[in-house]
Design a protein around this ligand. Structure first.
Ligand SMILES: [Zn+2]
Length: 452
């Protein structure tokens, strides 16, 4: 008899029938989340602001001012973790050239991304988990490369969070590889991220998740005066930016427009965030980004990778892309005193827990199928064991009604097939690999097969 355990995903500490499938906090991941330091995040943000501007056309060779001083400092901060990593952490500049006559950067300019790679411990596991923030800043005008552009929240908050994750995670071992990126060029057209996404495609990186953190520290809105540091947004595309004819046909056949890889990743972040970070609700936004705005996850989506944007719930437009000054009694400008560091700490924790849980989980199941060849009120699902990495202890089969945004049930299965008394017409399904401790992969949406 196949062993089956029914679980509801809405409880943190579940006591399932099979003891090996308990979904609870992994104490080691909890410890890492607790280690995220609000004080260190604030120090990092203030240091980034001290460079006066990190504009893409600002100074590159001044020791204390301009974008060059910023990327040098970020690199040296990341390098501090190399000794404790046992040689697994590598920190490099990724250089690229942008600009030219008539472009937003009107002359040819060499820019640098800072990339820290924490090599996975399993040589048979080629998965990469990426996290990114942008190191450049800007004030009001595109071309103003000398005015004060503190960029404390946009995106000092994201870079500071990543520096904390490098410090905390580099001393731990994970089977999969983590890539921590502080990219340049965002404010003038996502250039740094475009460079990385193209490189990843060219080198055939197996990216299973890309988390773009851009503005994760502002808790109060301008105009509507909302104040909330207990909610964070995760933006994810619905219909993928990269979609072949075959993918489109399958999406239409399954009504799978709400089940692309970025959307599965977003749901995963919500579940893991809830599991590990208190007093924070991960709110899913079912669109790729905000109106008229872009982010560094988009070039990765365009290359076919699952990528999302993590962003504060409320934005303050008096702060973003403004020269610091008092206008009509309101302080404008993206200054460090307006960053909510406790909020950044919690948001960093969501990223950390997601990356750690994912890196510890087995690879996703492969060839996941839903049998559609029979008229029946039950549903048969099949999948195969992943060929790479450690063998899963079992699988979670997820289901939800078709109008529901989030998975409603989580069922543990030890085999590679299950027939459930739920109609395939009335529910959506997903399949995750899991290890003995319950670390689970991102769900895979099964493809329809007519054979029985
Ligand atoms: Zn930004």
């Amino acid at each position: 008899m196949r062993k089956i355990t029914f679980l509801f995903t809405c409880f943190l500490f579940l006591q399932p029938v099979q003891s090996q499938t308990i979904i609870s906090r992994d104490p080691e991941i909890s410890k890492m989340v607790e280690e995220v330091s609000r004080e260190k995040i604030e120090q990092h943000v203030r240091k980034l602001v001290s460079f006066h501007t990190r504009h893409n056309m600002s100074l590159q060779n001044d020791p204390s001012k301009g974008i060059g001083a910023a990327w040098n400092w970020i690199k040296s901060e990341m390098e501090k973790s190399i000794p404790a990593s046992d040689g697994r952490l590598e920190v490099k500049f990724e250089e690229y050239t942008v600009g030219g006559e008539g472009q937003r950067i009107p002359m040819e300019t060499n820019l640098k991304n800072v990339v820290a790679t924490l090599k996975g411990t399993d040589p048979g596991d080629d998965r990469k988990i990426l996290i990114s923030a942008h190191l450049d800043s800007r004030a009001a005008l595109d071309a103003d490369n000398t005015g004060f552009a503190p960029g404390a929240n946009d995106d000092g908050s994201g870079v500071a969070a990543i520096l904390e994750l490098v410090r905390i995670m580099s001393v731990r071992k994970f089977p999969a590889t983590m890539v921590f990126m502080a990219v340049s060029g965002e404010e003038h057209g996502l250039y740094g991220a475009r460079h990385m996404a193209a490189k990843a495609k060219e080198e055939e990186w197996n990216i299973i998740a890309m988390l773009n953190n851009d503005m994760i520290g502002n808790s109060g809105s301008s105009e509507t005066l909302l104040n909330d540091n207990m909610r964070v947004r995760v933006f994810s595309e619905g219909v993928p930016a990269f979609e072949t004819g075959e993918m489109a046909a399958r999406r239409k056949a399954t009504s799978g427009e709400n089940d692309g890889r970025a959307r599965q990743l977003a749901r995963y972040i919500k579940e893991i965030g809830k599991r590990y970070v208190d007093q924070l609700e991960v709110t899913l936004v079912f669109r790729n980004d905000r109106f008229g705005r872009g982010g560094d996850h988009s070039p990765f989506c365009q290359q076919g990778y699952p990528a999302v944007r993590i962003c504060e719930f409320n934005e303050n437009y008096d702060r973003t892309h403004k020269i610091p000054s008092i206008v009509n009694g309101i302080q404008e400008g993206d200054l460090p005193e307006y960053v909510d560091y406790e909020y950044v700490r919690k948001n960093a924790g969501v990223n950390l827990a997601t990356m750690a849980n994912l890196a510890l989980a087995p690879c996703e199941p492969v060839n996941c199928e839903i049998v559609t060849g029979r008229l029946t009120n039950s549903t048969t699902l099949r999948w195969e064991t992943p060929l790479k990495g450690s063998k899963p202890a079992g699988y979670y089969v997820l289901l939800r009604e078709t109008y529901q945004p989030l998975w409603e049930r989580k069922i543990f299965v030890t085999g590679n097939e299950i027939t459930l008394p739920y109609s395939k017409d009335n529910y959506f399904f997903g399949i995750q690999s899991a290890d003995e401790a319950g670390h689970e992969s991102i769900p895979v949406f099964p493809g329809p097969v007519r054979r029985q």
